[in-house]
Design a protein around this ligand. Structure first.
Ligand code: G4P
Length: 520
């Protein structure tokens, strides 16, 4: 049964509350049983990063990559999109493996840069988005201001699904429009501990018994305005990625969590058809197919094993099954796949479309590979993303050029970094979207290829793939050879000194496309 899967990610800027929301979703979903673990957050976080350090020393850290829980017959697969210093191309690519996303916004800050970047990746694939405006227990911005910002900056219709009664010190609860359900704080900590009541619309007399006179009057006025001023909920517009339903809440105080799980269950799409070179592959198709969206490598040189994360797109996967990776065509028997139930890892016996399977391997599986029973197709739409950090690679021992080239080719194929070979000069450029990727690069060069190198600043700020007719590209390259390079596949890349530079060239050359993504 594929309709009971919901595979989604949470996108946000650091500190908006993604971790807290994740924990509360898992708690509500029954995946974390120890409330104490959540309460002692600071400590738990330290414990968790220690655990990750140990996992890293031992090799592979997969604990938080995929979190699966089941509630009311629905199986939720929550994919982590690493942020902060772990921000990397994996963060972007994970979004190619989900069917929908929750966008968490800090009520005081609105749309922040990382949210915007991740949103743009969602838009590339029309991934539908539910918005969660977090931290209403604190003084924030006016709700209207936040909604307008989402609408303007993201060019989306917004539809408020709930509305807070006051914010910060005046916070009295959250009202959900469709159900007429009012959830309220109780106890000393002012958390949501189950106190709720049902009302028959905003005018219901019954609300007076639950809210202060002043709070209710203001709430009624604003909530009515909100209902009139924004789009009505339209399932199709949401699923096409044109409209975002907006929920208000406080992850910390557990407001809006039930509504969020309810919304994912009720409106978020089940596994969607996936684009391939043979047309769209429906999740109900019989043959097993999937694609690799992430490879987690071992940091320990003694262990060369890796975990490849496959999103299952069609068919029922059974343990021991042989699948053919599109990369080299030799069947791989998958004897010990990993399914992810919250913090425990479980060996999977079977999996359905929408599920993620971890496949241990020795480097045979690469990001972007399609796996299928008969090697009959290739999934498309798994792009490379323009790097935001570009560095020159300088060898400590110049006689090791050959080894370095091999290493850079391998690691870029695996998706750890991107590599650019300039048309002029011999200094190779590596590109990443997050700092951590550079650290991984240096340590793997040393451990696996015995190459010592340092990374130096480069004069470039970003890179763009050139798309257009061959003569046009050739003509452009002739004039701009000092700024041209080829990527690993020999595709021409323009190395830009600034975002302004990209805009300038684009204006001068309207018949060329300076693309920030490249299909793999
Ligand atoms: P992130 O993963 O998006 O980076 O955010 P995270 O959940 O770690 O939350 C960032 C900070 O915001 C944390 O505080 C967290 O407790 C707080 N926070 C999250 N949700 C809410 C909310 O609904 N209301 C309020 N008032 N705060 C919220 P911290 O002090 O940085 O961390 P900690 O010491 O609490 O662990």
């Amino acid at each position: 049964m594929t309709t009971n899967r919901r595979t989604f990610a949470i996108i946000s800027h650091p500190d908006a509350g993604k971790t807290t929301l994740t924990e509360k979703l898992l708690l509500q979903g029954g995946a974390i049983h120890l409330a104490g673990e959540v309460k002692a957050r600071g400590q738990a976080r330290r414990a968790r990063s220690d655990w990750m350090k140990i996992e890293q020393q031992r090799g592979i850290s997969v604990t938080s990559s995929v979190m699966t829980f089941e509630k009311d017959g629905i199986i939720f697969n929550l994919l982590d999109t690493p942020g902060h210093e772990d921000f990397s191309e994996d963060t972007y690519r994970t979004l190619t493996a989900v069917d929908s996303a929750i966008m968490v916004i800090d009520a005081a800050k609105g749309i922040e840069p990382q949210t915007l970047k991740l949103f743009e990746v969602c838009r590339l694939r029309s991934v539908p988005i539910i918005t969660f405006v977090n931290k209403v227990d604190r003084e924030g911005r006016e709700c209207f201001e936040i909604l307008d910002e989402v609408a303007d900056k993201l060019a989306l219709d917004v539809c408020p699904m709930s509305w807070p009664v006051g914010m910060g010190g005046e916070f009295e609860g959250i009202y959900e429009f469709a159900s007429g359900r009012l959830t309220q704080p109780s106890g000393g900590s002012k958390e949501y501990e189950g106190k709720h009541s049902l009302h028959d619309g905003l005018d219901a007399e019954s609300l007076t018994a639950h809210l202060s006179e002043r709070g209710l009057a203001k709430f009624r006025e604003n909530a009515e305005l909100a209902q009139m001023g924004y789009a009505e909920f339209d399932l199709e517009a949401y699923r096409n990625g044109d409209l975002t339903p907006v929920y208000f809440g406080s992850a910390l105080k557990e407001f809006g969590i039930e509504e969020m799980i309810g919304a994912i269950a009720a409106i978020a799409p089940p596994p969607r058809p996936q684009p391939s070179d043979q047309g769209e592959i429906l999740p109900g198709a019989k043959d097993v197919t999937g694609f690799i969206f992430k490879v987690q490598a071992n940091m320990d040189p003694m262990h060369r094993d890796r975990i490849a994360f496959m999103r299952l797109c069609s068919g029922t996967f059974k343990r021991g099954m042989k699948l053919i990776p599109s990369g080299h065509g030799k069947p791989v028997a998958i004897h010990s796949p990993i399914l992810f139930f919250a913090q425990d890892r479980e060996i999977a016996d079977s999996a359905e479309p929408g599920d993620i399977i971890g496949i241990p391997n020795h480097g045979t599986l690469r990001v972007g590979d399609t796996l299928s029973e008969k090697n009959q197709l290739r999934f498309t739409g798994l792009p490379n993303f323009a790097p935001e950090i570009l560095r020159r690679v300088v060898l400590k021992d110049p006689t090791k050029t050959k080894q370095l080239r091999k290493a850079l080719d391998d690691l870029s194929e695996e998706g750890v970094i991107q590599v650019f070979y300039p048309e002029i000069g011999a200094q190779w450029i590596v590109g990443v979207v997050g700092q951590l990727q550079l650290d991984v690069l240096i340590s793997r060069l040393e451990a696996e290829y015995k190459v010592e190198a340092v990374l130096e600043p480069s004069p470039y700020d970003t890179a763009r793939w050139l798309i257009g007719g061959d003569d046009k590209i050739r003509a452009f390259m002739d004039i701009n050879s000092a700024l041209m390079a080829k990527d690993r596949d020999g595709v021409p890349v323009f190395l830009a000194k600034s975002a302004w530079d990209v805009g300038y060239q684009q204006e001068k050359h309207p018949d060329l496309k300076f693309s920030a993504t490249k299909e793999r």
